[in-house]
Design a protein around this ligand. Sequence first.
Ligand SMILES: [Zn+2]
Length: 438
Amino acid sequence: MKGNNGGIKADLLITGASQLVTLAGPPGPRRGRSMQDIGVIENGALAALGEKIVAVGTSAEVKERVILEDGSQVVDAGGRVVMPGFVDPHTHPVYAGSREHELALKLAGRSYLEILKSGGGILSTVRATRAASREDLAEQTARRLDLLLEHGVTTAEAKSGYGLSLEHEIRSLEVLRELNRRHPVDLIPTFMGAHAVPPEYRDNPGRYVDLVIGEMIPAVASDGLAEYCDVFCEEGVFDTEQSEKILCAGLALGLKPRIHADELADTGGAALAARLGAVTADHLLFASDQGIEALAEAGVMAVLLPCTSFNLASGRYARARKMLEANLAVAISTDCNPGSSPTQSMQLAITLACLYLRMTPEEAITAATLNGAWAVGMGNLAGSLEPGKLADVLIIDAPNYLHLPYHFGVNLIHSVFKRGTLVYSRSRVRRNSKEAWR
Ligand SMILES: [Zn+2]
């Protein structure tokens, strides 16, 4: 918007960024080598009007071009990094309870699938989720969204999948819809009734698949409760044939497919994702060379979850370098869930992506922002700092972006702006408090 002397009107101005990491460039996810280009402006600034960014450039350029409205917010980033909010393209935030007791089982050598088969794992969270009141479920979920936001996530895909009955899957998606209305984090909902076979169908999993297809998907689609449909395609969970049936049923009613593929074994999940033209194939630890080639040809994005590999402690990580050489677009995620990845830290995902997926810091940052946004259908609105996009902006308490992978295990977020509004700022340590005790 132009003011009367040719300047650009703004009501938020952030100046003094040591590095403004813009991720600016042609629309679309970055593939392969182009993930290296993150568009850094030294001594950068950004201006926004309402929810949207209106100017980006050096501090001198932006200050000269914008005309601030009365009551504008002017922020000095103080030589810190300014970058787009993280977009987490794979989370399971709507559940009750926690599973800290499984750590001991894991340390005693029990595998993830063994714990699941004995009624633990996902199924213990299903019991807790079904037993919780709607208000309690919403409050526990909101607290997880707070943590995502405090750690820099401004947009997140969010899956159901701990209800596993018509009533409880619908309730989980309704909780997500309600939170999307009132919580700053933008949520993109995914129906994942095919997350596990619930105990009441243990002896007849085919009937559960019928229920997902015949009742759950039509109910979810007719209420507009989800944009995507996801399946845990894995040995001992849903096979490729069942997964294909479920994803095709979703697709027929407008739910775009994404897949948990080849996480614990090569079951052909990547090939299935390619065949169906899924938006993303996620995990991919055991994806074969042919599976990776098929994803590249079909233009399916790979969503890699290094926090899950780290927490499963098997030493196995997705072959990101192979995927980047195949010219895939790669995104990374927390996989925030109560079992295999109880974390809300995209910063940890960035560190692990560099150390164990052997991605460069630039590739990991692209994967955590711009590619995450394209992976959830938000590429035109989020993931980069460009005029016309949402003013979802992080100030990072670091002098350059290399600190994101380098300075791990702490929260480097100084401030979070969501749609142009300051929604989180770090509180200060009271360094001189001892004087009062003396
Ligand atoms: Zn998952």
